[in-house]
Ligand binder design. Structure first.
Ligand code: AHR
Length: 326
């Protein structure tokens, strides 16, 4: 007959059982979180501006901070590359797809494919035009129309409602180019002595902004120009270079208002070469991944989330410069 277990043996057995239960629990928790690692596919437009670089950095660093696996694709400014990236995210079976659409139209077919694959879509920074808004879950980004209005209101005040304006437009067909123009012109309609005399795309890049401004300055009526509205700071910075090379004084001979609020714009304002920048905040990584986590937890999301932004003039530049995060 077996001897009955003594107290020490019972205690030892209990300890072993407890340890095993703990190990199993830890193992389960570990494999649970490992299995549940969120995978996000993000298609970025490219690296056309200082704003875009800051936006990419905000998205990458926030994903890393939260332990989210980010499959990042740079589309080099091409919609076809973005569509390819979105299809490859479907093939890889990511949990959430997010992207910043280079242009507004042409997304319906690929978004329908994503919907069929039951992958939620978050629009980041720019909107799309689709007939069925259920093709995306939510859109996080700035109010570009309001930015255009803010730029025009500033110029109306600074010029006393009288200005011969040249306009450097963003990427043709993109939401910020369409909306900023719309907002700007909406305000201009109230000022009969403020007129846009030339308007051309500088594709949101510094090089193109410089090139287009050079051609504006070579035109026969160049001497009439009193103001520049640039749809982003990078194009304004390129235009400033063009003005200096042509012997005119940016910020004095020609008033300049642009959009974004990148550090380079604050430096130009502090140097008296740019007059105003309307902020467009690229640091939306935290909001984007809040939305991703909400989707994964099946929490409801608003269809639209905007970003808080300000307007900055030359007089604020020096004090603001050290505080700029992008
Ligand atoms: O979509 C945001 C715009 O895109 C920024 O104003 C511009 O700098 C960028 O390239």
């Amino acid at each position: 007959m077996d001897n009955p277990p003594n107290r020490t043996m019972i205690k030892a057995k209990m300890k072993t059982t407890l340890l095993l239960v703990t190990l199993v629990a830890v193992g389960a928790a570990h494999s649970f979180s490992a299995d549940k690692k969120i995978v996000v596919g993000f298609s970025q437009i490219g690296a056309e501006s200082g704003w875009r670089t800051a936006n990419t950095e905000s998205i990458k660093s926030e994903a890393a901070k939260r332990g989210i696996e980010l499959k990042f694709a740079d589309a080099q400014q091409k919609q076809e590359n973005q569509i390819k990236a979105l299809r490859s995210f479907i093939a890889q079976g990511v949990d959430v797809i997010a992207f910043s659409p280079v242009v507004e139209t042409g997304w319906q077919p690929v978004l329908t494919e994503i919907k069929r694959a039951k992958i939620p879509v978050i629009l980041s920074d720019r909107a799309v035009k689709v007939t069925d808004n259920s093709l995306y879950l939510t859109f996080i980004g700035s109010d570009f129309i309001e930015e255009g209005r803010r730029a025009a209101n500033w110029l109306a005040k600074a010029s006393g409602g009288k200005a011969i304006i040249v306009e450097l437009v963003g990427t043709p067909g993109s939401a910020p180019a369409i909306d900023r123009k719309k907002g700007f012109e909406e305000v201009l309609a109230k000022y009969p002595e403020m007129k846009i005399v030339k308007s051309q795309s500088g594709d949101f890049t510094r090089a193109k902004g410089k090139e287009v401004m050079e051609s504006f300055l070579k035109s026969t009526d160049a001497k009439q120009i009193t103001a520049l509205f640039a749809h982003n700071d990078d194009m304004a910075l390129g235009a400033i270079q063009a003005m200096e090379e042509a012997g005119s004084k940016p910020g004095k001979d020609i008033l300049i208002v642009s959009i974004d609020g990148v550090r380079g714009a604050f430096e130009a304002m502090a140097a008296g070469k740019l007059n105003c920048t309307v902020e467009c905040n690229p640091l939306i990584g935290p909001q984007l991944f809040d939305a991703v986590e909400a989707v994964m937890a099946k929490r409801p999301l608003p269809k639209r989330t905007t970003v808080q932004e300000g307007v900055f003039e030359q007089s604020q530049a020096a004090a603001e410069l050290p505080k700029r995060k992008y």
